[in-house]
Design a protein around this ligand. Structure first.
Ligand code: ADP
Ligand code: MG
Length: 392
């Protein structure tokens, strides 16, 4: 294929491979306008092995449709959907940063905890985006909630500016659409983040999405998956049993109020969880506000910059800036896209804009943890806490 194949729909010039998910490759691209105007965008393309399967194409079209209707600062904005050479391309807002999966991995490899106010603010951003999807109103003015169904660390994008953006509505279902779009079992959300009731065959709901956020937050705080195992069956069994290890036993600096919130979010019974994403976010917000003196957006931006610097060191390549964990660990194994056989230039090196000394912050957090008293009620709800998963 000639050089023109790198220009999508006559205007989106692919620059670098940015990431790989289960079914798609995402490229960094630029779109040019008059007088030297230039904007960076992300271009998502279904991997070759899935392109012949109608289900996947239908799901990709649905992702574009749902995405285009969701406009929120905590959701990756869909700009355009186009076809080139017989396949579809989804054009999105570009997030200059890394995904949460990469942030967790870098910190785990460095045997370092992500500061809890940073972890909590990532969850808050995710919940704000999720809330907007859940609260979607259809063109007829009636509620038309979108359930994400695939909340996982790789689908939460973190900007160098401290922005948190929920992405990948590839499995999302708008309730106003036929549920039969995908044959059951064709594609699943990442197993580890499923809610227990979903493993028993119940439908995904607002509450199962919220369980996913709880599971991702637990992992952000500990560096370990909440439910892990040697194979899918083992993970499945663990989710069904839903035994949540004490977060405070894992990290002494975590305030009791945050542990209490996680306990609600990760209740086995969906009716014991937060009623809405907003309620969950509000509860976390109250705890983060007590971490006096922390500008969480700046701290998050600094954590993202530091993780990217770390990834560059691991890569041993100062020019080819990794955007994702996939890019560093699995790129060697990634099959080249046959549609794009021109070598793709490496992404520009962006200077991080770190303004916060993370190591200082780590030290200060130990102080925050001790200062916060255990609540008798869970912040943001009227529920009282009793030990164990079966509180009411
Ligand atoms: N808008 C974007 N800006 C920057 N990187 C992105 C963007 N969208 C996706 N990525 C990267 O590409 C990866 C795969 O994208 P995703 O949409 O999740 O694909 P899949 O549906 O295959 O999981 C993400 O985990 C992320 O690292
Ligand atoms: Mg994904």
């Amino acid at each position: 294929m000639d050089l023109g194949s790198r220009l999508i729909d006559g205007k989106y010039q692919l620059v670098a491979l940015a990431g790989e998910g289960g079914m798609a490759s995402v490229y960094k691209a630029v779109v040019r306008g008059a007088a030297g105007f230039q904007r960076t965008v992300a271009v998502k393309h279904i991997k070759p092995e899935f392109r012949a399967l109608k289900n996947y194409i239908d799901m990709f079209i649905e992702e574009a449709r749902v995405g285009s209707e969701l406009a929120h600062p905590n959701i990756v904005q869909v700009h355009d959907f186009c076809s080139e050479g017989g396949s579809y391309y989804l054009i999105m807002e570009w997030v200059e940063g890394i995904d949460l999966g990469a942030l967790i991995k870098v910190n785990r490899d460095a045997v370092r905890d992500i500061p809890w106010p940073v972890a909590a603010s990532i969850a808050i951003g995710t919940l704000r985006g999720l809330g907007a999807a859940h609260d979607r109103v259809g063109l007829d003015g009636r509620p038309a909630p979108v359930i994400h169904r695939d909340v996982s660390p790789h689908n939460v994008l973190l900007g160098l500016n401290g922005a948190v953006k929920l992405s990948d509505f590839g499995l999302a279902r708008a309730r106003d659409r036929a549920a039969s779009l995908t044959a059951p079992g064709t594609v699943k959300g990442k197993l580890s983040y499923l809610a227990p009731e979903v493993t028993f065959g119940k439908p995904n709901t607002v509450q199962s999405d919220l369980f996913g956020v709880g599971s991702v937050l637990w992992e952000t705080l500990t560096g370990d998956r909440l439910f892990d195992g040697k194979n899918d069956i083992e993970i499945f069994k663990k989710i069904r049993a839903c035994q949540i290890p004490s977060i405070q036993a894992r990290r002494k600096d975590i305030p009791a109020a945050l542990a209490a919130i996680l306990e609600v979010a990760l209740s086995a019974d969906p009716t014991h969880r937060y009623a809405t994403a907003d309620e969950f976010a509000h509860a976390l917000d109250q705890v983060v506000k007590q971490a006096v003196g922390v500008n969480t957006a700046a701290a998050l931006g600094a954590a993202v910059a530091e993780a990217r610097a770390q990834l560059r060191v691991v890569d041993g390549d100062t020019d080819d800036l990794p955007t994702t964990e996939h890019r560093t660990d699995e790129m060697a194994a990634v099959e080249p896209d046959p549609d794009i056989d021109e070598p793709i230039e490496p992404a520009d090196t962006i200077e991080p804009v770190a303004t916060v000394d993370l190591h200082q912050l780590h030290k200060r957090h130990q102080l925050f943890g001790g200062d916060l008293a255990a609540p008798t009620t869970v912040p943001g709800t009227r529920r009282r806490l009793t030990p164990g998963p079966d509180h009411d």
